[in-house]
Write a new protein. Sequence first.
Length: 224
Amino acid sequence: MRILIVEDEIRLCEALVQLLKKQHYTVDSDNDGESGLDDALSGIYDVIILDIMLPKLDGLSVLREIRKNNLNVPVILLTAKGEVSDKVTGLDSGADDYLTKPFNTEELLARVRALGRRRGEIVESDALSCGDISLDTGTLKLRCASSEITLTCKESELLQYLILHKDIISSKEQIIEKLWGFNSEAEANHVEVYVSFLRKKLKHVHSELQIKAVRGIGYKLTYE
């Protein structure tokens, strides 16, 4: 499961990253609302932990933009405020859960697990479509007409990322950051290998969808 943390308190943010990584989650983090929104809109996260009081763009504005873009990713709001009115505002803006600082880390982990399970139920019934294929991100099934094949988790994540960014060219660096994380040791050849795997599986289901390499820039989906 991939989690995004948007928290401007550096020490707290780093502590949460380490806590969640120990639970074997893949974790990315941002320290301001604008960067957090940019990452959230990638659509690759299973849960977002979002502070309300953020520089550049406050958490509630980030949350509203996430929902405006029809992303159903579960969001846990973090805030130092404990008033009922603040909780109501957060939930009305589209939050799935709410924790008031300071909070118990075990409670946070329990809520992440609960929302992760809910996310799995939601995604399982949702399919992404592009060209002549559909991708079920819950079952990892790639379908084209009557043909079907099961992807690996990383292949599914890569195809999902490319579909969500089908109108732009995605660089290898961007793909590494989203699929492996900012501090990953993954290199460009990791992306090349998984692109090769995906191309073979698209060919296997007789899809006309192609992953085009734009020399010196990155990759883009094309359908002819």
